[in-house]
Design a protein around this ligand. Structure first.
Ligand code: ATP
Ligand code: MG
Length: 367
């Protein structure tokens, strides 16, 4: 991400925030480059909104420094930070029309009437809603309101766009549509964006980089593929998608390979891991459902055979459960060999690549 002539638009240096005696953001450091799309991802209450509000200036950090475009912003009020924000509960003014809502920030900035007219039109075109300009918020659908809230943030041409769960409260299909629209908007105008979400799919599909937060702590900062394929912790791995978790003990470590004997009677070979392991150590083994292949029964090199307990066809893929040893494995199958019947009760083989096996120490508490 970093190159010599890159510009840092936002920098958090060891930011901390307390409410009464509770520390809700701990030692948060991050650099966001110009034009970058960065997501804050984490469960409810982990400190996403609090951090965003500190960047916007609605809250002050108790410790640490905040910079926007190289200028220290501690103590600088929100309206002097030149940023556009979409709040978690979108807050359109109910007594104003769409056009008036969008124009509001420009009026505050004493922009002339003709220019306001022109910019409101342009931004409503951008979110593909020119036809609702004279309606009131209550005459819009939830998704349209979200898009107007985004238009209102964009119209001031902010150098920084802060979005707090702008796609929540929408049904699945609309969420996906708006997600694609946000992606297109970002590609078109290239504004530096910080996007808050608790939805891993949203974060994976939109972001240049993701910051995974847990209890106010940064668990990992990385690109979507790094977060998905090389999680820094058990928390990151389990939060980012469905997975199979098997307990066991390391029986051998050699040449970058770790062998684990699971409590359920499976021998699992794992490829190189981010951290060292020793023989005898208690561990958890993780394998994602989509990394497991179903084959005809018979011994598979890395895996085992078992009984198909359930198979449900979901269109794009089939979700299966297979009892292997004492484990019930979730398997997500996209293409099934035509010779393989997915009938419950049938014996099938499960196998996976050792590189798709993640091992984490069992003793360490993820919280
Ligand atoms: N004004 C406040 N006073 C006291 N505690 C607060 C205040 N605002 C937030 N908190 C607490 O700080 C923690 C972080 O809150 P925050 O709103 O940042 O979470 P979040 O990650 O945005 O969660 P969500 O996904 O539910 O929006 C929570 O435990 C919350 O209860
Ligand atoms: Mg929040």
């Amino acid at each position: 991400m970093s190159s010599l002539n890159s510009m840092i638009d936002v920098e958090l240096r060891n930011i901390q925030k307390r409410f009464q005696q509770n520390v809700v953001v701990k030692d948060f450091s991050l650099q966001v480059e110009r034009g970058e799309f960065v997501s804050f991802l984490g469960p409810s209450g982990c400190g996403k909104t609090t951090t965003l509000n500190m960047i916007a200036g609605f809250l002050e950090p108790d410790e640490g420094d905040l910079f926007i475009k190289g200028k220290r912003m501690n103590g600088v009020p929100p309206y002097k930070r030149e940023l556009g924000m979409v709040f978690q509960t979108y807050s359109l003014f109910p007594h104003m029309t769409v056009a008036e809502n969008v124009a509001y920030g420009l009026k505050l900035r004493k922009v002339g009437r003709a220019e306001i007219e022109e910019r409101v039109k342009r931004v409503l075109d951008l979110v593909k809603l020119p036809h609702v300009r004279d309606r009131y918020p209550k005459q819009l659908s939830g998704g349209q309101r979200q898009r107007i809230a985004i238009a209102r943030a964009l119209v001031i041409e902010p150098s920084l766009l802060l979005l707090d769960e702008p796609l929540s409260n929408l049904d699945a299909k609309l969420r996906e549509e708006l997600r694609d629209e946000l992606k297109r908007l970002h590609q078109e105008i290239g504004v530096t964006t910080i996007f808050v979400t608790h939805d891993q799919e949203e974060a994976l599909s939109l972001s240049d980089r993701i910051v995974v937060l847990n209890h106010g702590c940064v668990e990992q900062i990385g690109t979507p593929t790094e977060i998905y394929n090389q999680p820094a912790s058990e928390f990151v791995h389990t939060f980012i998608g469905k997975t199979n978790k098997l307990s066991g003990r390391v029986t051998a470590v050699a040449a970058g390979r770790v062998t684990v004997e699971t409590d359920g009677g499976l021998t699992v070979e794992a490829g190189e891991q981010r951290q060292p392991f020793v023989a005898g150590q208690r561990v958890h083994v993780f394998i994602r459902p989509e990394k497991i292949r179903l084959t005809d029964a018979g011994r598979t090199p890395n895996g085992g055979s078992g009984q198909l307990v359930m198979a449900s066809f979901l269109g794009a893929f089939t979700e299966c459960e297979v009892r292997v040893g004492d484990h019930l494995l979730s398997v997500k199958v996209q293409m099934v060999d035509s010779t393989l019947n997915l009938n419950p009760g049938q014996t099938v083989g499960c196998s996976w690549n050792s590189d798709d096996v993640l091992i984490m120490p069992a003793a360490r508490d993820a919280g």
